[in-house]
Design a protein around this ligand. Sequence first.
Ligand code: SAJ
Length: 410
Amino acid sequence: MKSICVLGLGYIGLPTASIFATKGHHVNGVDVSPRVVDTINSGKIHIQEPDLDILVRAAVQSGNLKATLKPAPADVFIIAVPTPFDVQTDGSRTPDLKYVESAARSIAPVVAAGNLVILESTSPVGTTEKVKEWIEDECKKLKRGQVDGILYAHCPERILPGQMLKELVSNDRIAGGLTPEASEISKKLYESFCSAQIFITDARTAEMAKLTENAFRDVNIAFANELSLICDRLKINVWELIRLANRHPRVKILQPGPGVGGHCIAVDPWFIVHAAPKEARLMRTAREVNDSKPHHVVAQVIQATQGITQPVVACLGLAFKANIDDLRESPSVEITAELAQKGLKVLAVEPHVEKLPASLEGKVELTDLTSALKHAHVIVLLVDHQAFGSLTLAQLAGKKLIDTRGMIKS
Ligand code: SAJ
């Protein structure tokens, strides 16, 4: 069994730290937030994900998971912190690696020869090499001299919010070391809970593979979103169109929606565009298509309110996708805020939260489905939550409907 230090106890770090702990490893989970550290040490969770509470409780009760504010010496260090981007004045996006750099430097006082440092955060190509440089630089500053024989690898996470615990175990993984030895040792480590295949490669390929997976999905969603715009213009039902086109054995079109949210698919393609701006033309355009979709939905709603005195709009769903409570980077929140900003009375229905995000507080009213349906003139279905699954066109008779997910059946 190894001692493992996991830096960052968010959506990726917490499940990863907990599952290693339940497999008998001694895990030190590190987070910069005292609230997060206290919550986890009391066996509770600060984020929502099905069954994560059970896993964390088991990990803490086993005595194998302890959360702290600072890293302690360990055999393995796993960095699982956010990697956002900055928007520049010319509109370009640059990766923001400050959390990775800070996590890497925080390891320097305790890292030792023979340790393995794994970067799990989705990162631009070359970041694992930078992690090595930052740790070496910090060791020098701390006058620890040259700490030899540290191994480095990128082992990107691939788990889908809403199904994280299942996918943590059942998804294939990639272990990309700066050296073959680092890849091999990483592979063995993840085999302690991953029941699928673990493929060995180098760090740069592993970094690019993770970005490629999310860029692939973004481009395909952009295709569906573009189709929805074309179909609106040509007065064709896009959902029926896609259903029919997908009957071709080699066609698999994804679903249009109100835009692409979350912290991965809407972010990662920019890392590729930033690294190869001349070549990544399709990926940049896909990002632009997906980012523009919320404005198209807002325009549709405004159009639908024409001729109604004091129109009331009900926005059904605020999360960035179905059946989760995560409102961060959500196109539904963006749309709801923009409608309120245009002076419309907006009712929001989000069965997965009890409180509005700060960007909507005081601007829209959080209410339940029955009340929203009763009072609204225009219904905007933004998230295909199961909770909205039984809605029918008959129930919405007399209202204007904008169904961005093609969910409501006749
Ligand atoms: N969406 C559509 N139409 C679709 C599919 C998705 O509009 O047909 C929208 C969703 O509503 C949502 C966004 O795209 O707003 C992203 O949702 P998602 O379920 O496709 O993906 P995420 O962001 O929850 O998780 C992704 C996953 N990556 C891939 O499927 C390639 C996951 O496996 C990664 O681990 C995760 O990003 C990550 O952490 O990178």
